[in-house]
Design a protein around this ligand. Structure first.
Ligand SMILES: *Cc1c(COP(=O)(O)O)cnc(C)c1O
Length: 366
């Protein structure tokens, strides 16, 4: 059977319910960018179609893949588009768009001149402190007027922002971002006479900052069962969706003093039993995952021994009883949280999940 990623769609729906309960007054985009964080965008979207209020992706191609797969729910392009033809394609596919910079408004104007037959919802993005995408607060109302006058009929013009540090304990940047956002909402309301629909929180914003939920939440990582913050938790009730597992393809005795693997970076401090597993960096394991990182066998956890190769890893199973060829082991997921492995690798769960390679078969259950 080799390496495979089992994707538990029942756990996915359960996690979505946890987010719903955490934000009962909000609608929810399920964020399925980057192939649903490695879980398979179309399968995840099918499992949540009609359950979530819409989907959010980063790029046009990701949205088209969902439409081609039959997903008719609202889809939001989180980065908007960066070319006129892409805007035309996005509108033809009935997508909603983020507008975060002036050039995108100019695209709307040029497209209006060509004639547009759909009326998208546009989410005007405000940069409240992340300094990545969005109009600065003092430029938002001008961008609003330009969009309203761009010549394309908008079904609605809404406001969104994004937190930079909602997952961190003891920082005051999130309340500061919320305060900046609130003053823009107020100014907008005074100008137009009605409060805009707003979207603020990602997973951490939703679960750790109830004030930051807004009308539409945008959870990603929590859907896949990862608590939004290593330090602050917030993951009660979430269950891992992906379990990446593989099998032992060889078991060998390594005498004390010998080394294992490329570079000889792991040396046996005692006569050791080493299991070779079919999983490597070509499957998405980080090559820099260090010796000592845990791998979960039925009988318990055992430490990685030496460098991750392209297709294989070595694990020191000396302390486990009777590990045999064919036995399966979990690299992350059930019994070994992906965030734990990410900690060993010096990264975050997002990166590990997104990096699971196309050659790893996904098996859907639930
Ligand atoms: C990716 C993304 C999200 C989802 O973030 P999580 O931390 O995975 O919940 C929400 N909003 C925007 C703008 C994003 O780019």
């Amino acid at each position: 059977m080799g390496i495979r990623a089992r994707i538990d769609l029942a756990a996915l729906r359960g996690n979505f319910s946890v987010l719903r309960r955490a934000a009962p007054g909000s609608r929810a985009f399920a964020v399925v960018k980057a192939d649903a964080y490695g879980h398979g965008a179309l399968q995840v979207a099918r499992a949540l179609s009609g359950v979530a209020d819409g989907f959010a992706v980063a790029r046009l191609g990701e949205a088209i893949e969902l439409r081609d797969g039959g997903i008719q729910d609202p889809i939001l392009l989180l980065e908007g588009v960066s070319a006129d033809d892409d805007l035309a394609a996005a509108l033809a596919a009935g997508l909603d768009l983020v507008v975060h910079e002036p050039g995108q408004i100019a695209m709307f104007r040029r497209l209006a001149a060509r004639g547009v037959h759909s009326a998208p919802i546009v989410w005007l993005k405000v940069d409240t402190g992340m300094n990545r995408l969005g109009f600065r607060p003092e430029a938002v109302l001008e961008a609003r007027s330009q969009l309203l006058a761009c010549g394309v009929a908008l079904r609605d013009l809404r406001l969104m922002t994004h937190f930079a540090r909602a997952d961190e304990p003891g920082v005051d940047t999130t309340p500061a971002q919320l305060a900046r956002f609130a003053s823009i909402v107020t100014a907008w309301e005074q100008l137009s006479g009605s409060r805009p629909v707003v979207s603020i929180g990602n997973s951490a914003g939703t679960l750790l900052w109830p004030a930051g939920q807004g009308d539409w939440i945008r959870p990603g990582i929590a859907l896949y069962g990862v608590p939004p913050s290593a330090e602050r938790g917030g993951g009660d009730g979430l269950a891992p969706v992906m379990t990446l597992s593989t099998e032992v393809i060889a078991v060998r005795e390594v005498p004390r003093g010998e080394t294992v693997g490329y570079g000889g970076t792991w040396q046996a401090a005692r006569d050791s039993k080493i299991a070779i597993l079919a999983a490597g960096y070509a499957d998405g394991l980080p090559r820099h995952l260090p010796s000592g990182a845990p791998v979960a066998f039925r009988a318990g956890h055992a430490p990685l021994a030496g460098r991750v190769s392209m297709d294989m890893i070595a694990v020191d199973v000396t302390d486990l009883p009777a590990i045999a060829v064919g036995e399966r082991a979990v690299l992350w997921g059930e019994g070994l949280p992906v965030e734990t492995v990410a900690g060993w690798a010096g990264t975050i769960a997002y990166e590990l999940l997104c990096a699971v390679a196309p050659r790893v078969p996904r098996e859907y259950v639930g």
